[in-house]
Design a protein around this ligand. Sequence first.
Ligand SMILES: NC(=O)c1ccc[n+]([C@@H]2O[C@H](COP(=O)([O-])OP(=O)(O)OC[C@H]3O[C@@H](n4cnc5c(N)ncnc54)[C@H](O)[C@@H]3O)[C@@H](O)[C@H]2O)c1
Length: 326
Amino acid sequence: MRIVITGGCGFLGRRLAIRLLQEGSALGAIDDLVLFDHAAPALPLPEDRRLAVVTGDIADRAAVARVIAPGTDAVYHLAAVVSAEAETDTDLGYRVNIDGTRAVLDACRALGSRPRVVFTSSLAVYGGDLPPAAGDLTPLTPQNSYGVTKAIGELLVTDYSRKGFIDGRALRLPTVVVRPGRPNRAATTFASSIIREPLCGQDAVCPVSPDMVMAVASPRAVVNGLMHALGIPGEAFGWSRALQLPGFSVSVGEMAEAVRRAGGAAAFARIKWQPDPLVAAIVGGVPRVLKAPRAEALGFTCDSGIDEVVQNFIEDDLPLQRQLAG
Ligand SMILES: NC(=O)c1ccc[n+]([C@@H]2O[C@H](COP(=O)([O-])OP(=O)(O)OC[C@H]3O[C@@H](n4cnc5c(N)ncnc54)[C@H](O)[C@@H]3O)[C@@H](O)[C@H]2O)c1
């Protein structure tokens, strides 16, 4: 089995790669796993003869076609410009997130073998006048460029699948916390920072108020979902290849309290509350509550709550994070 992960050196791509190497994929054992990315991995990758890293730009059609070569069984398309960056640099967001996605889908189509493709979408596809809980039946009314590019990606995955070019699935991920390493350029990056930095003895700025509610999931739950998604028969998705994954709702104040429970009063005091209206507008504009009955019926699950997420971070990432901080 040959699998390509675009954006494979990023946060979720790296974790997915490690899981695939450890456990194999839902479609079979891994012979070759290729991580395609324009950046080097920020965190270490395992030494494994099945693993290769290829550097290139996702919008470079020739480079993408070379990496999604004959013999590729499945592609995880994770490479993307994230929310705040796509909003400040419109052309970059369109090039990477739209042209890059088309390059990936066309390379998959050219294989002629209808490979499975897993695309990562976002809650940013929703926006505007939202219902109390958002999900598969909520209209796609994105309010920023990132959300527009993700909505286009979802629709393309469904259309390429309908035409028999690929066997695709597009997963709408909740905001993933806790992200290890350094803050990225997503507007939601603070949700990880306010847990990660205080538990490492560092200050973190929270740009939204404690009563802001977010729909989140842990990296463990999301990578479980990415692993699970590959094995589901395409027909099981029914009328759309886009699927809202489950997540749980938590206020930012409850996240801070979980930091206090795990790290004590000193850790809690490391969170500095400095409102930023731009971030608050982006974060406040996406759904705070999710409903995901289709995903749950297909076997996707989520975490029990914020304390479990913080414990996962302590077990999975805190030692490496402390090294980075030190
Ligand atoms: N982490 C979250 O909370 C979250 C939530 C919803 C959706 N997503 C989506 O999941 C995917 C993975 O997210 P992540 O958190 O791992 O992000 P990330 O930024 O850590 O990873 C994205 C990777 O894409 C790569 N990339 C960017 N531009 C590229 C280009 N031009 N060519 C090749 N590679 C390029 C980056 O170098 C990076 O390694 C993304 O598609 C993101 O939009 C993430």
